[in-house]
Design a protein around this ligand. Structure first.
Ligand SMILES: Cc1cc2nc3c(=O)[nH]c(=O)nc-3n(C[C@H](O)[C@H](O)[C@H](O)COP(=O)(O)OP(=O)(O)OC[C@H]3O[C@@H](n4cnc5c(N)ncnc54)[C@H](O)[C@@H]3O)c2cc1C
Length: 263
């Protein structure tokens, strides 16, 4: 069984600060991690490989330093990884990101399952998984919290709904997005890190030309949406200090509370 796992390197914070001038994320001084949902996808991929045989390939699009996320995935038990990195990929919206990942998956060739996280903690759109499935024309199952039965050509999965669960049968190859409830990710092993360094578990680096992409189809140029403005919402509190005779102040306070339907 060949399982491709999509991982995104993200800043280790949900308290994302924006540069007020450029509107882009301030990444300096913020440590990077594998997106939390993707660690659960990786754990599921490695567990399935251990049970069924086969291999796990991780795929990530990002800046050169995203290779650290791939090395960590190999240290957890993935068999190899591919980093898609090219200046031409910069500024990609979710459409350009999905189609670039899709093109790379087509180049990888035969696979049985694509696993990814439900959502990235920085971009937060949850669009990539479904869009990659759409690009490749394979079935998708989202919000998966249990792999009940995985066979060669089909699988039964449990997925989380707002008010309960749904059991789904799906043919393979397919794409699955997972949620944290699925498992507890294992820690990276030192032996795995050595494998990554010794090229026993190879990491390939591909650019736009390597996946046969035109620069007009990727990054900012290939994006269908463009950010007009980015800003953090401002919270302003209104304060009023009542002064004077205590009885008058209390009467005035109760009046104001009634006015705002607080009493
Ligand atoms: C108009 C627009 C312009 C943008 N411009 C920029 C920009 O200039 N610079 C910039 O850094 N970002 C930019 N972004 C954000 C970028 O498009 C998203 O970060 C990216 O498409 C992934 O979307 P997401 O973070 O919402 O992932 P989600 O859809 O929430 O992620 C779901 C899952 O998909 C997989 N996944 C997501 N991204 C990747 C990836 N890169 N590699 C491998 N797997 C992945 C992971 O498994 C993840 O758990 C822009 C977005 C928009 C809409």
């Amino acid at each position: 069984m060949h399982i491709i796992t999509l991982i995104k390197q993200v800043p280790d914070t949900t308290d994302v600060q924006l540069d007020p001038k450029t509107g882009s994320l301030i990444r300096e001084g913020v440590e990077s991690i594998i997106n939390p949902d993707d660690s659960h996808a990786l754990e599921a991929a490695i567990t399935l490989k251990e049970a069924k045989g086969g291999k796990v390939t991780v795929l990530s699009m990002g800046p050169p330093q995203a290779i650290d996320a791939i090395s960590e995935a190999i240290a957890m038990g993935a068999d190899g990884g591919i980093l898609l990195t090219d200046r031409a990929f910069a500024g990609a919206d979710t459409w350009a990101t999905s189609s670039t990942l899709g093109q790379a998956i087509k180049k990888i060739g035969k696979y049985d399952l694509i696993l990814c996280g439900r959502q990235a903690i920085d971009g937060d759109t949850a669009q990539i998984g479904p869009q990659v499935a759409g690009y490749l024309g394979v079935p998708q199952v989202t919000y998966v919290c249990e792999f009940e039965d995985v066979k060669k050509k089909s699988m039964v999965l449990k997925r989380r709904l707002e008010n309960g669960y749904e059991r789904v049968r799906c043919s393979l190859p397919a794409l699955v997005t997972v949620i944290g409830e699925l498992n507890t990710p294992r820690y990276p092993m030192v032996g795995g890190l050595i494998d990554a360094c010794n090229a026993k578990a190879p990491i390939k680096v591909w650019n736009a030309a390597d996946i046969g992409a035109q620069t007009s189809d990727v990054g900012l140029e290939g994006s269908l949406t463009h950010v007009i403005k980015t800003f953090a919402p401002k919270f302003q509190r209104e304060g009023e200090i009542l002064k004077g005779d205590t009885r008058e102040v209390v009467r005035s306070l109760v009046g104001k509370m009634k006015e705002h339907k607080l009493v």
